[in-house]
Write a protein that binds this ligand. Structure first.
Ligand code: SF4
Length: 293
């Protein structure tokens, strides 16, 4: 989308009721977390999945309505997996008049060469893709990078970190990247994956497969979390909203992290971390969604 107000890239979705609901949720996240400011130039990571397409369409709709001026540029990283339909994604950008950058890479070749036997495919793939996204955003003169993580990603990550890493954390809605230049924002934090999936079907978004060798077989632990949440929802219908709310309702004095204690009597002796993987990257986690969707 060239970001020209004479163009109407998401016009056809405007009367979609669900789209308006999604737009409202993103608008609330932007307001709650101060995600977008006047003059921002935002790279929007688009992998060709339902979440990233939705993110782009909703942000564009908000851009056209917002009292503040900001720019959007869709960015696609092609990891080089055979069969990945970048042409379909680019066609979507062109048809909807988005400003965009397609970034080819040799990631697949690098992974095949560097990956140690038995190590996670996703771990190296995600790190390469993240680096490429930061680099592309910087090259394009962007100060922000928008990723398509939704409410379910936040909740599942919270559970994964507790169950497998021994850490009480999820993801941030807005965080300055390690490079100190790009701020990563996650405007879909309040959106349910189910609603995004329904919208994607209704709007017939041209979703493409990542075509990596572990596509559909990675994410085992995250799938377990999804299933667990589904089972819990049968008894506790509001369990997801409660877990999401918990992330913004933290009571440090009622936790065991000694670094959070004002009246600390010295370092604690509890060291649960040593018994667990250092991070989610060590698990069979769904790093695709940690990056783009
Ligand atoms: S599932 Fe995603 S992160 Fe993992 S290897 Fe495939 S494309 Fe990369």
């Amino acid at each position: 989308m060239s970001n020209s107000d004479s163009k109407k890239p998401s016009e056809e979705f405007k009367n979609n009721r669900l789209f308006r609901t999604l737009r409202h949720g993103v608008g609330k996240a932007i307001a709650d977390f101060g995600l977008i400011n006047e003059g921002d130039r935002i790279a929007v990571a688009v992998s060709g999945g339902k979440d990233s397409y939705t993110l782009l369409l909703v942000l564009e709709e908000l851009r056209r309505r917002a009292p503040v001026k900001f720019e959007l540029i869709a960015v696609n990283i092609d990891s080089g997996y055979p069969g990945y339909r970048t042409d379909t994604i680019e066609d979507f950008f062109v048809k909807n008049d988005f400003s965009y950058r397609m970034v080819p890479s040799e990631h697949y070749a690098i992974i095949k060469e560097k990956r140690r036997p038995g190590s996670s495919f996703c771990s190296i793939c995600s790190r390469l893709k993240r680096g490429a996204l930061y680099e592309a955003a910087q090259t394009l003169g962007c100060n922000k990078l928008a990723l398509g993580h939704h409410q379910d990603d936040f909740i599942e990550t919270l559970l994964l970190n507790q169950f497998f890493v021994g850490s009480l954390k999820s993801m941030s809605a807005s965080m300055l990247a390690d490079n100190g230049i790009i701020t990563v924002i996650r405007p879909l934090v309040y959106l349910a994956e189910e609603d995004i999936a329904t919208f994607s079907r209704q709007a017939e978004l041209p979703v493409v497969c990542c075509c990596c060798p572990v596509c559909g077989t990675a994410d085992v632990q995250r799938k377990r979390m999804k299933q667990l949440l589904k089972e819990l929802q049968a008894d506790i219908p509001y369990v997801k909203s409660s877990l999401l709310k918990a992330l913004s309702n933290v009571h440090p004095r009622h936790l065991l992290d000694t670094s959070l204690r004002r009246d600390s009597a010295g370092p604690g002796t509890l060291d649960i971390h040593s018994a667990y993987p250092a991070s989610l990257a060590d698990l069979d986690s769904h790093v695709c969604q940690q990056i783009e969707d």
